[in-house]
Design a protein around this ligand. Sequence first.
Ligand code: NAD
Ligand code: DAU
Length: 355
Amino acid sequence: MNLLVTGGCGFIGSNFVRQRLAGSDPLLPKLVNLDKLTYAGNPANLADCTHDPRYVFVQGDIGDPALVARLLAEHAIDAIVNFAAETHVDRSIDSPEPFVQTNVVGTLRLLNGARQHWTKLPEPRKSAFRFLHVSTDEVYGTLAPDGAPWNENCPYEPNSPYAASKAASDHLIRAFRHTYGLPTLTTNCSNNYGPYQFPEKLIPLVTLNALDGKPLPVYGDGGQIRDWLYVEDHCTAIWLVLQRGRLGETYNIGGLSEKRNLELVKTICALLDRKAPRADGSPHAALITFVQDRPGHDRRYAIDCAKIQRELGWAPRESFATGLEKTVDWYLAHLPWCREITEQRYAGERLGTKV
Ligand code: NAD
Ligand code: DAU
């Protein structure tokens, strides 16, 4: 199948593209990556893929109907995986509008383009066409400490502008399936971590601040819980759903690995104490600084991934301990990639400003 990936220069998208292009997959003649290259999109994330003859990069917006129509026709696209989004909750609190523009309007326009393309396809390509929308567990809201992890039947209760925009996009996917019969699939995943995550997110932010001897900002009391999944496991799940998921269904994907933020930050500090000790011998945890909480901060996320386990045989392969150590090692080995972002492209716009 010829695949259109959107947002492939971001964190999860770039890991997905690299995973798909690894080896010679006879199922993948062509992979087109449509990315607007916002502050979070970085072509350097896929520098090692640019020479692959199957890979085509196009800078552009999922909300550009003419461009989307041209790409779908020109590259005879058989499947779309939509990663493109504004993704950072804090930014959505400061400025919600770009989130509605890309996550809602952009997804709607991409769906419209997909529908027009799909309607004209001859069989058997029409029946085989797929639109997979990558979404988040944040659409479900927040869980009580003793609440059962979310399954696919839980009600949507998004709390942040980011979560609301993703919830709206999920509803559009559902509506396009129900109304027009477009062959859609939706995945709702928990917090990802791993290589190439933009350093405004908790794990890379703490790792890089600690190496620089800067404060490690912990929001509120640090008692919030997230369910962490190694990014490669997420990418494997998306590919499985794309190939074998039941049309119109949603699949929850989670790490089975709930951690409190403060515990997570302390674990990163302990890893760095071993791998990159501070010159004065003091522990990195001494840099932990409690700061003002995120407004409306969701207390706990946790995913019940029994459906994808049962139907598609997927389970996370990476343990949190090994995944986190691999991730910290990756950042230590890729400091020029980090510095290019923090010192040039990003220029301290947000990093550390909360402290
Ligand atoms: P990211 O912020 O790292 O990357 C987003 C990418 O989308 C960037 O390359 C950006 O340039 C591109 N983009 C933004 N607006 C665009 C537009 N209008 N047109 C084309 N490209 C555009 O995001 P991520 O963390 O890799 O997340 C990818 C997807 O997975 C998102 O849809 C997100 O909601 C979802 N998700 C993320 C997580 C997580 O923990 N990171 C968890 C569950 C779901
Ligand atoms: O659950 C999936 C979601 O995970 C994705 O849909 C989002 O796109 C992704 O950004 C992520 O959202 P979070 O808000 O959970 O991730 P973030 O890394 O921003 O924060 C993780 C937790 O750490 C959260 O409880 C807020 C807290 N935090 C974050 C930052 C940046 C801090 O305590 N200090 C910080 O400096």
